[in-house]
Write a protein that binds this ligand. Structure first.
Ligand code: ADP
Length: 419
C-alpha cells in the first residue's frame, strides 16, 4: 500500500473540507483523527491527518506536524500538503511559518508555495493581498477573531513575520499565463533565495494552472482550494474504482441530533413526522435519571430508522442554559448523546447520522473512531463516511453534519446515498 498524497491539516473541520475536495478531484481519501500508531487498513490515494495545531503552542504544533510527516512518508507519500484555513488563521508567532519551515527542513527542500485562496468561498488573492468577499482580510470579521486576529491582508508580510526564510510573490500577470510561466517564476524566485512563493488566484481556472505548476513540489502549503488544481495532477493515483466508493456497512439506522441550528430544527421536525423519535431533555438528565438506558430500551422496540434528539427552540435552549450554564447544559447533552450512540452501536445499529459539530466530536470520541474513509456526498459539505475497521470490527457508516448544513429532508433522503 502506498499513499500518493499525504496531507497535514491544522484542525478537524479543515481536514474534512480538504478530504471532500480530494474525493471530488478523483482521489480515494481517508481522514485520520491524529497521527495513527499503525498502518492504514484501506487502499487509498490520499490521507489527511487532522491535527489540532492551529492555535496550540508553536513547539507542540511543529512536533505534531513532524510526527504526521514521518507517518505519511513511511506510508509512501510522494507529496505533502500542509492545509491551513482559507483566512490564513495565525499570529506573528505562528503556527503556519514555523510548521512550514520544519516541514521544508525535514523534506530537505528549500521551496514551496503559500496559497489560502478558495474562490468558490470568496477567498481570493491579488498582488499578495487576501480578500474575503468584497473586503481585504483585515477588514473582514477575522480582524476580531478571539485567537487569531488578522490585522494585515498582505500575505507576504504576514508570512514573512513568521519565518526567517524569504517570502516572494507569483503575481496574477504570471498566473494567468499558465503552468509554464508559473514554473518559470518559481525558478526565478528560487534563484533569488526565496523559499515561500505567495500565489495570486482569482478563480478556479487559476487554481487549475497553479495545481499543475505545483505537481513536482515535495511540499505545498495551502487552504483546501488548491486541492482542486493539485488533485488531478497527483501522480500514482490508481484509475478505476470510484473515488467515493465505501466498504459495505449494515445494521439499523439512527439519527442523533444535538444541534439546535435552524436547518437541524427543520430536519428534526420532518423526520419526527415519519419515524419513531425520542426527545432528550436537559432537566431529565440533570435529575440523574438513566436517560441513555431508557433510550436504548425504547430503541430496541422500534422498527426502521429512529431519531434521538436534544434539538430545541432558542427559548428552550436559553432556559436550559440559565438553569445549568451554557457549557454545563451543552456538555451534559453531548455526553448523553455520545453514550446513546455507543449503546446503539453495541445493539446492532450500524448506520448513523449525527447532527452538530460538537455533538459529532463527542460521538466520534465515544465510539473510538481513529479514521474515516470519505464516501459520496449527501449534500454539499456532508459526505457519508465509513469508519476504518479496527481488528474484528465491521465499519460503521457515519454522516457527521454541521448544524446548519443540508436540505430539510436530509435525514429522510441520506440513506438512499448509501446504496
Ligand atoms: P452546531 O453544529 O449546530 O453548532 P453543535 O453540536 O456544535 O451544533 O452544538 C450544539 C450544542 O448545543 C451542543 O453542545 C449541544 O449539547 C447543545 N444542546 C443541544 N440541545 C440543547 C438543549 N436543548 N439545551 C441546551 N443545549 C443544547
Amino acid at each position: 500500500m502506498s499513499v500518493a498524497l499525504g496531507c497535514i491539516a491544522d484542525d478537524f473541520t479543515g481536514a474534512t473540507d480538504l478530504a471532500g475536495m480530494l474525493v471530488r478531484a478523483g482521489l480515494r481519501t481517508v481522514q485520520l483523527i491524529g497521527v495513527p500508531d499503525r498502518d492504514l487498513p484501506a487502499e487509498v490515494d490520499a490521507v489527511v491527518i487532522a491535527l489540532k495545531s492551529r492555535t496550540s503552542p508553536v513547539a507542540e504544533a511543529v512536533r505534531d506536524s513532524l510526527d504526521a510527516l514521518a507517518w505519511l512518508r513511511q506510508a509512501g507519500a510522494r507529496q505533502i500538503y500542509f492545509k491551513y484555513c482559507s483566512t490564513f488563521d495565525s499570529t506573528p508567532a505562528g503556527n503556519i511559518g514555523p510548521v512550514a519551515d520544519a516541514l521544508l527542513d525535514a523534506l530537505g527542500s528549500d521551496f514551496t508555495v503559500v496559497c489560502p485562496a478558495f474562490p468558490a468561498n470568496a477567498r481570493t488573492i491579488y498582488k499578495g493581498y487576501l480578500f474575503v468577499g468584497e473586503v481585504p482580510l483585515n477588514e473582514s470579521g477575522m480582524r476580531d477573531h478571539p485567537l487569531t486576529p488578522m490585522t494585515d491582508a498582505s500575505l507576504v508580510r504576514v508570512m514573512q513575520a513568521q519565518t526567517p526564510r524569504r517570502v516572494g510573490l507569483v503575481p496574477y500577470e504570471v498566473v494567468r499565463r499558465g503552468p509554464g510561466a508559473i514554473r518559470e517564476r518559481f525558478g526565478r524566485l528560487r534563484s533569488e533565495g526565496v523559499s515561500y512563493a505567495v500565489l495570486d488566484a482569482l478563480d478556479d481556472a487559476d487554481l487549475l494552472a497553479l495545481g499543475a505548476a505545483c505537481a513536482d513540489l515535495p511540499l505545498v502549503t495551502a487552504g483546501s482550494g488548491l486541492a482542486l488544481g493539485l488533485g488531478p495532477n497527483v501522480s500514482g493515483v490508481a484509475a478505476g474504482a470510484a473515488a467515493d466508493a465505501l466498504p459495505a456497512t449494515g445494521g439499523r439506522r439512527a439519527v442523533i441530533a444535538g444541534s439546535c441550528s435552524a436547518a437541524t430544527r427543520r430536519q428534526v421536525a420532518l423526520m419526527r413526522e415519519r419515524h419513531p423519535s425520542f426527545r432528550i431533555e436537559a432537566a431529565d438528565l440533570a435529575s440523574g435519571e438513566d436517560i441513555p438506558g431508557r433510550v436504548l430500551a425504547w430503541a430496541a422496540e422500534q422498527e426502521g430508522p429512529i431519531l434521538v434528539y436534544a434539538t430545541a427552540d432558542p427559548e428552550e435552549v436559553r432556559a436550559a442554559q440559565a438553569a445549568y450554564g451554557v457549557s454545563g447544559a451543552g456538555e451534559m447533552i453531548e455526553a448523553a448523546l455520545a453514550r446513546i450512540a455507543q449503546g446503539l452501536v453495541g445493539n446492532g445499529f450500524g448506520q448513523l447520522i449525527v447532527a452538530g459539530g460538537e455533538t459529532s466530536g463527542a460521538v466520534v470520541r465515544a465510539l473510538g473512531v481513529s479514521g474515516l474513509q470519505i464516501g459520496p456526498e449527501i449534500d454539499p459539505g456532508v459526505p457519508w463516511t465509513a469508519t476504518l475497521e479496527g481488528a474484528g470490527r465491521r465499519p460503521l457508516a457515519l454522516a457527521l453534519k454541521s448544524g446548519n448544513f443540508g436540505t430539510d429532508d436530509f435525514f429522510l433522503k441520506a440513506w438512499e446515498r448509501l446504496g
